[in-house]
Design a protein around this ligand. Structure first.
Ligand code: NAD
Ligand code: DAU
Length: 356
């Protein structure tokens, strides 16, 4: 979809816009494209939080619709009401540990939900796909696990190893199948680990920051030598913008941070940053580090080769990690009310079960 396509009338459906990445994507599009109408469809599960969008909730070009992507009748009504030109699909169950305890929830939302959404777009656009675009936001975890060397490219064979990544892989396959079978104009991206404000504190970085605040143990799975490639979440939002507007239909783009960290090194760095921000003696928070039972099927290393995106569309990450980690830690310290609200009863139950 190009920006010149009827910019004044464009209506974009963003699913999962109240979640971590979705809220940054919604804000980015609402602020950058006043001529677009951005409709955020979100079921507000434990991970969805409208507080993430407080600063844009009254914007003229923003609408929130509460609902489930598995609800075909609702989707049909929304396509009829808003006449969407594009879909940016982020709604998902996103946490690997939860997928290990409840895989079916991941099949329900990530697979069934995605296919229901694909059907709605195909039927609403009635095979006249001119100017339309269905953008599916996916993960590098579909590629499986790397050894010490090498990178995931767009050609890497799918090899998902957790129920989460298997469900995302299945959804990616369905999206591509709708391109080949029905001609639906799709584009897919597979991104590495994001971090930044509004990250739900079940995930490693916000969990560590929050536990340091509370003086609680910092659980590091296994030997701590697992590696992830971390990307500043607002850089992901700009990559999605570029791919949505300029990516080639039917193509896949990998997105990454060029920024590999072993978990234990990352946790130690966060400890040092937090000591500094909290005015504690150096080394205080590192004493909280606790090695715990490993995650079953834990992927050893992810690393993205994002050269296709750079060479074709000119996108590159902009934020240096230590600066991003510091800004993230500061955000959590300055937004205690946000943290208190998400650390609700449901979170406490999850935490006790996961780390008992
Ligand atoms: P998140 O868990 O923070 O947010 C998911 C959002 O989807 C929530 O607002 C939730 O309420 C909503 N949702 C869940 N089920 C729904 C349903 N059935 N109907 C409507 N809404 C529903 O997730 P995130 O970390 O922001 O990830 C967003 C997307 O990006 C996901 O598709 C994920 O697979 C992908 N992704 C995430 C990362 C990462 O590091 N977090 C990296 C690469 C790709
Ligand atoms: O790679 C992209 C993926 O990144 C996204 O698709 C997922 O939605 C997102 O949740 C994330 O998955 P990870 O499993 O990599 O993220 P998580 O923050 O759960 O874990 C990061 C690493 O830290 C991983 O190696 C597991 C480890 N870990 C995690 C937790 C929660 C710990 O050592 N201790 C913990 O308590």
């Amino acid at each position: 979809m190009t920006k010149t396509d009827n910019q004044q009338q464009s209506a974009i459906l963003v699913t999962g816009g109240a979640g971590f990445i979705g809220s940054h994507v919604v804000r980015h599009f609402v602020q950058k494209y006043p001529g677009y109408r951005i409709v955020n469809l979100d079921a507000l599960t434990y991970a969805g939080n409208l507080e993430n969008l407080r600063d844009v909730e009254h914007a003229q070009n923003y609408v929130f619709e509460k609902g489930d992507i598995r609800d075909a009748a609702l989707l049909n009504r929304l396509f009829e009401k808003y006449r969407f030109d594009g879909v940016i699909h982020l709604a998902a169950e996103s946490h690997v540990d939860r997928s290990i305890t409840n895989p079916l929830a991941f099949v329900e939302t990530n697979v069934l939900g995605t296919v229901t959404l694909l059907n709605a777009a195909r039927d609403a656009w009635k095979n006249n796909f001119e100017g339309k675009r269905f953008y599916h936001v996916s993960t590098d975890e579909v590629y499986g696990s790397l050894g010490e060397e090498g990178y995931f490219t767009e050609e890497t064979r799918y090899d998902p190893r957790s129920p989460y990544s298997a469900s995302k892989a299945a959804s990616d396959h369905f999206v591509r199948a709708y391109f080949h079978t029905y001609g639906l104009p799709v584009v897919v991206s597979n991104c590495s680990n994001n971090y930044g404000p509004c990250h739900f504190p079940e995930k490693l970085i916000p969990l560590v920051i929050n536990n340091i605040r509370q003086g609680k143990p910092l659980p590091v799975y296994g030997d701590g030598q697992y590696t992830r490639d971390w990307l500043w979440v607002k850089d992901h939002a700009t990559a999605i913008d570029v791919i949505f507007h300029e990516g080639r239909t039917g193509e896949t783009y990998n997105i990454g941070g060029n920024n590999e960290w072993k978990n234990i090194d990352l946790v130690r760095t966060l400890c040092d940053i937090m000591d500094e921000l909290l005015g504690k003696p150096a080394g205080t928070s590192q004493q909280l580090i606790t090695f715990v039972k490993d995650r079953p099927g834990h992927d050893r290393r992810y690393a993205i080769d994002a050269s296709k995106l750079k060479n074709e569309l000119g996108w590159e990450p902009t934020v240096r990690t230590e600066e991003g980690f510091r800004e993230t830690a500061r955000w959590y310290l300055e937004n205690e009310a946000w943290l208190q609200h998400v650390l609700s009863g449901e979170y406490q139950r999850y935490y006790e079960q996961q780390y008992q």
